[in-house]
Design a protein around this ligand. Sequence first.
Ligand code: 13P
Ligand code: SF4
Length: 308
Amino acid sequence: MSQQDKDEIITRILELKKARNAVILAHNYQRGDIQDIADFVGDSLGLSQQAAKLDADVIVFCGVDFMAESAAILSPDKIVLMPENSAECPMAAMITPENLVKTKQEYPDAAVVAYVNTSAAVKAESDICCTSSNAVQVVNSLDEDVVIFVPDKNLGMYTQRYTDKTIIPWDGYCSTHHQILPGDILLMREDHPDAEVVVHPECKPEVIDVADTVLSTGGMQTHVKKSQNKEFIIGTEVGMLHRLRKDNPDKIFYPASKYAVCPNMKMNDLKSIFVALEENKHVITVPESMRVRAKQALDRMLEAGRGD
Ligand code: 13P
Ligand code: SF4
């Protein structure tokens, strides 16, 4: 798209946004040009908090399915639009409510903690949600000693390092974060010996072991701003580097692996946002009985607050 076409489409998006009293929420992994026009760019928890308190008529959610669904669960009176209907999180698809119900029967005394990267149906079967920024805080806030942690085994195992509770991790994972290998970090360290290695807890345990700091995308943003360090090796989806570079022009960022791209997060573009606003699509709704149960799990998490 030429710069002129881009400017034109941005102008039309902004006009439609005003006419419809809409806001654009974008996850930190979205394309840079989407981040640049969004009203709020953040991590999963920050976006959920925004969705819960916004006073707009329409939310255009630029992320993946579970994020738009969470906004629809928290704001049933608003129209939640997802520009690309097929932008699904493969990790969220690694668990079904039926499988979770079976596992709950095996561990009747355990609490179920669902990472927000889950469907509304799975959230409805869970006691409380968490994000990568508050997983440890959420698990430690529970009365139960045993926790079924779904669906990310890596976040579950990372949380186990900081709790005395017994975590039973589901066998799910993020294929994007699995692209990052310990060898990538070691090679990058050789090239940039002064850089701090900051990785996401969705990374494999072997990657966590060789990192300096482990944070959610929102936690990375705050940490890097405050840090005295000038160079960083970032182990998460590469979209995060746009945000970090923009907010910290005096610092240098290297991706731990250039292959850490989430194709689903990259499905939305300026054109699909324009079409979403103009044609009111794709509207995300959740059946009311499921919504109420899923909201309880999200509300409990929102009460627990941020961990990093
Ligand atoms: P956070 O933004 O909460 O760190 O989540 C990362 C992620 O993979 C979202 O899909
Ligand atoms: Fe799902 Fe991973 Fe993509 Fe996040 S980065 S949406 S967890 S596949």
